[in-house]
Design a protein around this ligand. Structure first.
Ligand code: ADP
Ligand code: MG
Length: 443
């Protein structure tokens, strides 16, 4: 090879490397799909037997193989080689199906060996993540005999940039899930939510995001804020009612129970199971109730408040029980919501089927919030770092769970949304003055 060819070859290599670098820098998405992912996928398939065995996922199988044997013929001096069938033990990895790229990694179905459970894969997820050199591997789905693994190259929750407004009634997008998809809360599917976490874990930020997402919609918003109203007063222009003292709480809950009762009567009269079955002209406006620190509703300064507290508990429970059918939805925030707060709290908690667990101080709070979920969900909740406020484990009714992070919505931003859409705020007197008087809305 003469010097010119060598220089040309080196030059082309350098140009290729520079081109690749620029492609990756300026169009990382297409670079991932066209170059990085195929390379990564090839590596995953090539090393799978080795990695599955290292993670203890393989099974030993006996197989018949032809082997060359040296057979002595008329004494050791003369040996002949002959092909012979022999049983040998081989490691068989579980079958890896087609790797499908996602914006941040890939998902893949794996066939379980007989006797294996999805947990066997969840237990070795960290080992797989190390072996594949990725940020995390999670079991995200399973069907009989198969599990789906999701590998993510980096934590998608370090920067969350989504908009809470969805344009769909009673649906908000308060953040992002770990799989890179938007986190969507649909109150018509999961009507009531428990939003738990230690102080500074991101509960109020999530409430801000929900408020910002609901503000442009034809829904009424109601706030309970017994910490002197410091949290919700700035959002008053978009709130149809706000209770900041115990007396106001009791009155507002009485009103809500009355609204439920009126709506129930209206539905009965019209032969509808719920407000969504009512004709358009009759359907009352949905109401979303935000409760800032639920413990404040249940704590008593002295004995004299006992009756009020028990009234509050009963009313809140009644609203939760009937709310789904009659268009009243709850978002209950709190540091913990356990039986130590008093009777009725456990019953209320069981009505809040949507669960959001931010960082917590003690393991019981995670247990309490996530209930008897998958132990991996509890581990994920306990592992949330203080440096990442807004990160939470969320669980719906179907038993599936996700790590997610809310989008940062400052108080100023939420306040601005409340002012901007103040004209959509129905007066509380209109909402409470009987079923037909309430402003009708389209589904
Ligand atoms: N999703 C988020 N992204 C970035 N920062 C957040 C997020 N959620 C909360 N924070 C920050 O964490 C701090 C505490 O959040 P906050 O919602 O007030 O917690 P809590 O109500 O649980 O006490 C806030 O000052 C905010 O700056
Ligand atoms: Mg708060």
């Amino acid at each position: 090879m003469n010097i010119t060819t060598m220089l040309v070859a080196l030059g082309s290599l350098a140009a290729l490397a520079a081109g690749g670098w620029a492609w990756r820098k300026w169009a990382p998405r297409s670079f991932w799909y066209a170059v990085e992912f195929p390379a990564k996928a090839a590596l995953v398939y090539l090393t799978w037997t080795h990695i599955a065995s290292g993670c203890g996922l393989s099974r030993k199988r006996r197989r018949w193989r032809f082997a060359l044997d040296a057979i002595p013929l008329a004494g050791p001096a003369v040996m002949v080689q002959r092909r012979r069938l022999r049983s040998v033990e081989i490691e068989k990895p579980p079958r890896l199906r087609l790797l499908r790229p996602t914006p941040l990694g890939w998902r893949v179905w794996v066939r379980l060996h007989d006797g294996q459970l999805p947990e066997d894969y969840a237990n070795v997820a960290d080992r797989l993540a190390h072996a594949w050199r990725v940020h995390a591997v999670r079991v995200v789905a399973f069907k009989p005999g198969r599990v789906q693994l999701l590998a993510t190259m980096r934590d998608p929750l370090t920067v969350v940039d989504v908009s809470p407004e969805t344009g769909e009634l009673l649906t908000v997008r308060p953040g992002m899930l770990e799989n890179g998809e938007p986190w969507v809360m649909d109150f018509r599917t999961v009507p009531h939510w428990l939003n738990a976490g230690a102080t500074q874990s991101g509960k109020s930020n999530l409430a801000n995001a929900i408020l910002k997402g609901l503000a442009p919609q034809p829904v009424a918003l109601v706030g309970f804020d017994l910490k002197g109203g410091v949290e919700f007063t700035p959002y008053a222009p978009r709130l149809s009612a706000l209770a900041t003292t115990r007396g106001e709480c009791v009155r507002l809950l009485d009103d809500l129970v009355q609204v439920v009762t009126d709506r129930m009567a209206l539905c009965r009269k019209e032969g509808a199971r719920n407000i969504w079955r009512l004709p358009d002209g009759l359907r009352p406006m949905p109401i979303v109730v935000l409760v800032d620190e639920v413990a404040e509703l249940f704590l008593m300064a002295d004995k004299s408040e006992k009756e009020e507290v028990s009234k509050t508990a009963t009313a809140l429970l009644r609203v939760a029980q009937l709310g789904r059918a009659f268009g009243i939805y709850l978002v209950v925030c709190g540091q913990r919501i356990g039986s130590d707060l008093g009777p009725g709290v456990t019953a209320l908690r069981s009505q809040l089927s949507g669960r959001i667990c931010h960082r917590v101080n003690d393991p019981e709070t995670a247990n309490m919030t996530l209930g008897d979920m998958d132990p991996a969900a509890l581990d994920a909740a306990r592992g949330i770092a203080a440096e990442t406020p807004g990160v939470a484990v969320i669980a719906g009714q179907d038993g599936s769970w996700h790590r997610a992070r809310s989008v940062y919505v400052s108080e100023e931003e939420a306040e601005a949304a409340a002012r901007r859409f103040a004209h959509l705020t129905p007066a509380w007197s209109v909402l409470t003055s009987g079923p037909t008087a309430a402003e009708p809305i389209a589904a």
